[in-house]
Design a protein around this ligand. Sequence first.
Ligand code: DOR
Ligand code: ZN
Length: 362
Amino acid sequence: MPTAEPNTTADNAPNRGAGNLTIREPDDWHLHLRDDAMLAHIVDFTARQFARAIVMPNLVPPVTTIAAAEAYRDRILGALSPGRRFTPLMTAYLTDEIDAGEIGSGYERGVFTACKLYPAGATTNSAAGVTDVAKIGSVLERIQKIGMPLLVHGEVVSPDIDIFDREARFLETVLAPLLRDFPALKVVLEHITTAESVDFVQAAGPTVAATITPHHLRIDRNALFEGGMRPHAYCLPVAKRRHHRTALRQAAISGNPKFFLGTDSAPHLKQDKESACSCAGIFCAPAALESYALTFDEEGALDRLEGFASEFGPRFYGLPLNEGTVTLRREAFTVPETFTRDDISVVPFHAGETLAWRCADR
Ligand code: DOR
Ligand code: ZN
């Protein structure tokens, strides 16, 4: 693997023009599935492409206990269409008051796969997050000892710091000291958006990795203002200048196992996105693998997609690789403008665009 069929087009550049691409079944290492009617509306978009996903715990109230994670996992499984095979991997939301014993035993019992650090106020539903990492020292001690991954939203929240600098500042002021104090901690820096993060992760030891979203590989900050304000391009961390996008692309296609797939698909109601105070989040699940394939294809690196999508993530987490395969076909696929069910409408990433790849359902 991967297997590519012979060229079917005139384009003979390396990796270009191949007909179908079959890769090991991928996983999504960063995903928002929400709850209730929204969950029921969107979960199949992910399950159609991905065998497993790391499910973010930023519900209201957040998922902070074993019981809450088990109940949420059951709701996710119950929302899948009949016959869909999909494994949600649950995470614990860290708060200043979180109980280290609950987190540790949740991991040892196989309920939690990781825990998530949201700096309080950094993003959607992060009000209950951590105000100072010094307050969660006993949890960090415990998870370092048992090898439980810490997933990090890497932005400082101070209003004095320019929003485009918040990720880089986090590396210097929070993550580097944290790794000095807990050198064996397994850390995933989530949804990286900057060249500084790429450099940081590359330079760090083997216990530090990063996820990269499909949208940060395709948009830069101009996308937010193209002909007017574009709320559907707004997410956190916000897209940065073009040279950062270039660095992310180089990292994703590099074959370095520290960089792997995490969509950060984060649906919000259409009316909440298209409002005077738009919610942060890009709903990229409906064409996630297609979007990554487009980028890897543009970079002449389709042969590296399988490592990024299907191998590096499970190896970092110490989980088995999936056994099945998915096939991407080189065929025109127009992404719908909206997905609507009852009173729920969501606008996907790539809405209305015709992509050159289509992933067959698993
Ligand atoms: O854009 C984002 N949306 N970034 C996050 O960190 C959270 C997410 C959400 O939950 O909507
Ligand atoms: Zn997220």
